[in-house]
Design a protein around this ligand. Sequence first.
Ligand SMILES: NC(=O)c1ccc[n+]([C@@H]2O[C@H](COP(=O)([O-])OP(=O)(O)OC[C@H]3O[C@@H](n4cnc5c(N)ncnc54)[C@H](OP(=O)(O)O)[C@@H]3O)[C@@H](O)[C@H]2O)c1
Length: 319
Amino acid sequence: MSARAAEWNPLHLPDLRGRSYLVTGANAGLGYFSCEQLVRGGAHVIMTGRNPHRLSAAKAAVLGRTADAPHRGTIETLLLDTSNLGSVRAAAATVRHRGRLHGLLLNAGMVHPPRHRQTTFDGNELVFATNALGHFALAGALLRTLAAARGRMVWLGSMSTSLGRIDPVDPQLASGYSGWRAYVQSKIATTALGLEADRRLRAERVPVASVIAHPGYSVSGRTAGIQGVNEPSRLGRFVDNLQSPLTQSKEHGAWPLVRALVDPDVVGGQFWGPARVTSGPPRLAAPAKVTQDPAVAERYWVTCENATRLRWPFEAARR
Ligand SMILES: NC(=O)c1ccc[n+]([C@@H]2O[C@H](COP(=O)([O-])OP(=O)(O)OC[C@H]3O[C@@H](n4cnc5c(N)ncnc54)[C@H](OP(=O)(O)O)[C@@H]3O)[C@@H](O)[C@H]2O)c1
């Protein structure tokens, strides 16, 4: 790794002018701050989200907060609800017609799952659909576009996957649902899918890297207040500050995500996270054992193919 890459400063990213990135869940949290950092680096950013008002507030906030950037990039917004496969397909079709795409940040996530199992319009378990299935469908639908630019996709993992023993035999949690289990399983899914995508992309000689990143423990209450984007209550700030030795802001949490997306030294199959696990600057880390199990990855891949009725077009994406 080069000396420049050993230190990471989001105010001095590699020159991203002429590069284009799509971020899911861009209107709040880690997705929002990733967009700020990318725009500051000169990139064109497609900010996606499921609510047009929240998206336009976020776009205005990024523009306001990056006005001093010497080579500020550009922004467009696009509606994309990751829990709805029709919405994913429509957004992917729009992006395919726009031209080049250098990276996908598969960030959107339901981090406070419902207590009782819910299903989407497409009949899939809601947390799995939002966090994993929609991203599988999006990445597959944009694979050829990414390959044309020798691009990269970044999946969002979580340290919660290392916190207990969950054997994800039932990806859609037809029985035994709990909100925590649904969340952890969805993050086992995104990590295992990211690693499996790397294996398949390499085997099929498709010039796209699949990388995983996690943000440690990043909380709103330790993050700058931004109108329409991050407005935690006083109580929220108080509670989040009580945990300050273990937590960091969402702005900091976005560092490993953006590094995984744009650092030229990053390669497919890597897993990036904060240096002190829950907080700190980005460094290479190790994914939880369960996510490295090829049988788990295969189960998720097949489940995603069946649920989305999509096979990734490896052959067509080969260059
Ligand atoms: N924060 C952490 O410490 C932490 C730790 C490990 C992993 N992560 C992962 O990091 C990602 C972002 O988390 P965060 O902390 O930034 O959460 P957040 O502040 O709650 O933001 C979540 C984002 O995802 C969007 N989203 C939720 N459901 C969506 C859907 N169906 N379609 C499109 N967008 C949707 C939200 O949009 P709306 O405003 O429309 O709801 C919002 O923009 C998640 O994948 C999460 O699992 C976070």
